[in-house]
Design a protein around this ligand. Structure first.
Ligand SMILES: NC(=O)c1ccc[n+]([C@@H]2O[C@H](COP(=O)([O-])OP(=O)(O)OC[C@H]3O[C@@H](n4cnc5c(N)ncnc54)[C@H](O)[C@@H]3O)[C@@H](O)[C@H]2O)c1
Length: 392
């Protein structure tokens, strides 16, 4: 009997995404039985050693490193998972590709299009499998939506309308974290939230030809991180005399788009949408029907079909059927799943791609396509002109 392939993973970063990916690794073998089995070999982080050590034990990793470069040098690691701030992705992905490791890299792929292209080229040259972490695509309802569109059930697509809203930086005393600095994050709401809805649009509707965008920063100065007694503390110490630094990214952005297939798109991403914690929703209108999805109810699709006369109206499809794509391995019909399970599905896809010797979906090339749209939106906001999306 052939022995099952084993993939030893090294995770870079033990923050929010490090924890979410670890949830995925802990569950993927047992729940989804991928053709390659994952081993949680080693995790690294830039936090103090005792914090990284505690995180490794807490999250289920066998070992830890305090310098990510040492992890990439190790012969006993087959795959590198990049869950670090955006500006480090390029250096880490190039090093991982050079060392012949498979790569899973969080979104946005990089701070700019040139870096993303370099990462995709390096992965292709090294012939490694490379995935970009657009996690929300892994929700079964989203995969079902794609199946419905591809089969022609919705007819010609007219509209894609998406919003991704949060409110975590509305307090002007919230500190100048890495996400608010252009040199570390590349952009603000655009690359963070806008990247997800752009990937949805590219996945569900197709290529975007041109965009007209607007970026805005509501709070331009914020307390420096050094003014905070501890990382993550919500209020600066020192009252009104706190030293501040400039926010160099957008707090909110909006853009219109034209798809190559003639569809129209509208997009909004904001970190200033009071009361909205993670409101990620889209609607698609086609000539034969409409569908809508809202992450807060991620197991369902709203569906309207033309031609139902006096019985017309939106109904709710439960995307928990044994035949629903990406549902396989989960629970009996109707026993819903959540955020964490999207990461488990993401890892099943990556491990299956490694075992089947093919690129995973979404691939680094999908990450590059998304980055090209983000770049065009930023350029359009600067020039105040419709801007063509670079061909990549
Ligand atoms: N897929 C999603 O839905 C999703 C959600 C949130 C964040 N993200 C992406 O995940 C990535 C990480 O975000 P996060 O929220 O986990 O950030 P975070 O700040 O919570 O954690 C970042 C981790 O990176 C490590 N790190 C920081 N600077 C480093 C450096 N210079 N070199 C090496 N390691 C370093 C630290 O160990 C830290 O724990 C970002 O690219 C972000 O856009 C994706």
């Amino acid at each position: 009997m052939a022995t099952q392939k084993v993939v030893n993973v090294g995770l870079l970063g033990c923050g929010f995404m490090g924890r979410a990916h670890s949830f995925g690794y802990r569950n993927v073998n047992e729940m989804l039985h991928p053709p390659a089995k994952v081993v949680m070999k080693c995790v690294s982080g830039t936090e103090p050693e005792k914090v990284v050590k505690a995180a490794a034990a807490d999250m289920g990793w066998q070992e830890y490193e305090t310098d990510w470069r040492r992890m990439i040098e190790r012969d006993d690691i087959d795959m590198i998972d990049i869950a670090t701030p955006n500006y480090v992705h390029v250096e880490q992905a190039l090093a991982a590709a050079e060392a012949g490791k498979h790569i899973l890299c969080e979104k946005p792929m990089a701070n700019g299009l040139d870096d993303a292209v370099a990462m995709a080229r390096a992965a292709a040259k090294a012939r490694v499998k490379a995935m970009c972490g657009f996690t929300y695509r892994q929700a079964p309802a989203v995969q079902l939506a794609r199946q419905m569109i591809e089969s022609g059930e919705l007819g010609e697509i007219y509209h894609f309308r998406a919003t991704y809203l949060q409110d975590w930086i509305m307090d002007p005393d919230f500190p100048l974290v890495w996400r608010l600095k252009k040199e570390l994050a590349g952009s603000g709401a655009l690359g963070d939230l806008g990247a997800h809805i752009t990937d949805m649009a590219l996945f569900l509707v197709g290529t975007i030809k041109e965009v007209s965008g607007e970026l805005h920063t509501f709070v331009k100065q914020r307390p420096l991180m050094t003014e905070f007694a501890e990382r993550g503390k919500e209020k600066a110490v020192g009252g009104k005399k706190v030293r501040k630094g400039s926010v160099t990214v957008d707090d909110a952005c909006m853009w219109c788009a034209r798809f190559t297939n003639g569809a129209l798109g509208s997009f909004e991403a904001s970190r200033f949408a009071g009361g909205r914690k993670n409101y990620h929703a889209w609607q698609i209108n086609g000539s034969k029907g409409s569908i809508g999805w809202n992450f807060e109810h991620m197991n369902y699709l709203d569906y309207w079909k033309d031609g139902e006369g006096s019985r017309q109206g939106f109904r709710q499809i439960s995307a928990t059927h044994p035949e629903t794509p990406n549902w396989q391995g989960w629970w009996p019909d109707g026993h819903v799943i959540g955020y964490g399970e999207c990461f488990v599905n993401e890892l099943r896809e990556m491990l299956t791609a490694i075992a089947e010797n093919r690129q995973p979906a979404p691939s680094f090339q999908d990450g590059v396509k998304c980055q090209a749209v983000l770049e065009a939106v930023a350029e359009s906001a600067g020039s105040r002109q419709w801007t063509a999306v670079p061909k990549v």
